[in-house]
Design a protein around this ligand. Sequence first.
Ligand SMILES: [Zn+2]
Length: 272
Amino acid sequence: MSRVPVLTYHSMRVEGGAYASNDHVALARDLELIHRLGLRIVTLKTIARAVIDGGLDRLEGAVGISFDDGPDFDWRDIHHPAHGFQRGFANILRDFAARTGRTDTHATAFVIVGPEARRELDQTCMAGAGWWNDDWWPYAASRGIAIENHSWDHNHATLERTMQREGAKGNFTAIDSYEECDLEIRQASDFIDARVGEGACSLFAYPYGEWNTYQAQTYLPTFGHEHRLIAAFTTGGEPVTPGSDRWTLPRYVCGDHWRSPEELEGILRGTG
Ligand SMILES: [Zn+2]
């Protein structure tokens, strides 16, 4: 049975300079592992389409790569105040492509979309240095980094107010009505398309990896003509298989499902 692991990295996770504490270090090492194992990298849209049309067998020996939340370091290098220079994720992919001659070094960036939410999260979750912009989205999208939907405001705990009607924050399962899903999901698809290009947005990643049955079984399958998404990703910690549901496609998270190259090798070989 074909199985396609999808890996997730957070460019904001810079807590030190070692593999286990820094997703920039981990991504660079993991690309070498992917290369050594002879895996090809396919887009998450390719994986979603293969699940939908029953053709996942075509993707045997493939892996998907995604980035979550969409701070600037998905794209740009940064000088971290505590941990120094960090190569941006897109540049890590570019370095890897230059070194290996590979042409399949794409990734999907699931971004928090609302400008106000990003401005506020930049203050509350990062250094308040203006590191959460959307100016780079169109460039990234034309250079192998797909810009996709990680909701309007993540229903994030540190925001003053979110789209959740009763002020329940810090989890995405509280988004359980049409009105809230419309604001969190459809509104975000519209903004990405306006910023990146018509039809750019086609995938969703649940904030915190959390979803509820209203989102996955009612809103997303029913209102496709409004949100225009074809699939949604969780952080379920298993590979995508032919039996996976298109609205709850699982991913693995760096630092959570694996903390070393050896653990990732187990996941990629199907023994971990
Ligand atoms: Zn997130």
